[in-house]
Ligand binder design. Structure first.
Ligand code: ZN
Length: 345
């Protein structure tokens, strides 16, 4: 039986027991492991209600709690800096940890930056160059917003549209269906995905996005740099890299690095695989482009000696750190960040 299928009470008990015995206290491992945490969006409660992919968002209050706990147990910092310290075998009071934010959404600047700075820590932000340049939402958000609007307008017609596109519509709720469609879209080629997106956006009267949503600008990224945060590349257009032609791959990897370096006057050393997808060809392209490390979406802390181009991370979602009473729980979070947690897919 798998641990993650246990009921909440059992999960709470296991988390508490591991914590009390000291097994999941981060200090136990010292710097034998290097932990990288991932956040995406940071949205206030009222915005979260109208965001269709709410699972990948935390509220500013939740982020404050996570940062407070992480700072208590780890020395937190940007990826390139703390990874180099770990690689150099530095002996530290608490284990080293890197904090990363994916996708470069405006909410990172508005809500995460002040919280990080109040806690006196710096982080890494992975940005998509075309999205910065054109203030263009990423395709998973556009798809989710368009579908959400379509459901608001007419449920029956939305199901017909999805059937026309050959999309399986068996899901318990419209929210679950939106999540399923975004997952299915990841298996398409970029041309097919654009086709789905155009069809759904046209059907609801064009691209949909609440007025509060958007991407960080070059000016905002410069402010992050001035505050000591790291900016890494998350490609030019957030494609599934193994699907790219040779020319596209070089463009996504090399050009994104060159543009970020030129616009922000910083070295860009870290890359984040869009959707976590990579293959041998992608790894070679990254190394040739001059990156020093890259992060995936594979779960877990990194063992000593691991490849720096396939670094694992721990994705932080508030629902996974809540106890059965609904409160954020230190023992649940530290268990989840530890090597004792069952694999998360
Ligand atoms: Zn991404």
């Amino acid at each position: 039986m798998k641990l993650f299928s246990f009921r909440p009470l059992i999960r709470d008990m296991v988390g508490e027991l591991l914590y009390k015995t000291g097994l999941t206290k981060p200090a136990q491992e010292g710097n034998h492991y290097f932990t990288i945490v991932t956040f995406h969006r940071v949205l206030p409660e009222n915005q979260l209600k109208s965001y269709p992919l709410a699972e990948i968002a935390v509220t500013p209050e939740e982020l404050t709690w996570f940062i407070k706990v992480l700072v208590t147990y780890f020395i937190c910092g940007p990826l390139a800096e703390n990874l180099a310290r770990w690689q150099n075998g530095e002996v530290t009071k608490r284990p080293l940890l890197a904090i990363t934010f994916d996708d470069g959404q405006l909410d990172n600047f508005l809500h995460a930056k002040p919280i990080l700075e109040a806690a006196g820590i710096r982080a890494s932000f992975f940005v998509v160059v075309n999205s910065v340049e054109f203030n263009e939402m990423l395709w998973p958000d556009r798809l989710a917003y368009a579908l959400s609007r379509s459901f608001e307008q007419d449920i029956k017609t939305t199901y017909q549209r999805l059937n026309q596109l050959g999309i399986a519509t068996t899901a318990a709720t419209s929210h679950q269906l939106i999540l399923n469609v975004v997952e299915q879209a990841k298996t398409l080629t970029s041309t097919q995905r654009s086709g789905w997106l155009s069809l759904l956006e046209d059907a609801v009267g064009g691209p949909v996005c609440p007025t509060w949503d958007g991407m960080m600008s070059w000016k905002q990224l410069q402010e992050l740099v001035q505050s000591g945060h790291e900016i890494g590349s998350h490609s030019m257009s957030h494609p599934i890299l193994p699907q790219c032609s040779e020319d596209q791959l070089i463009n996504e990897v090399n050009q994104s690095r060159q543009i970020l370096q030129a616009r922000l006057a910083i070295p860009v050393e870290s890359f984040c695989y869009p959707n976590g997808n990579y293959d041998a060809r992608t790894l070679t392209a990254l190394q040739q482009a001059g990156y020093r490390q890259a992060v995936t979406t594979q779960w877990g802390p990194n063992k000593w000696g691991t490849s720096l181009f396939t670094l694992r991370r721990c994705d932080i979602q508030s629902q996974h750190s809540r106890s059965r009473t609904g409160h954020l729980s230190v023992s649940r979070l530290t268990w989840r960040l530890s090597r004792f947690h069952p694999p998360v897919h």
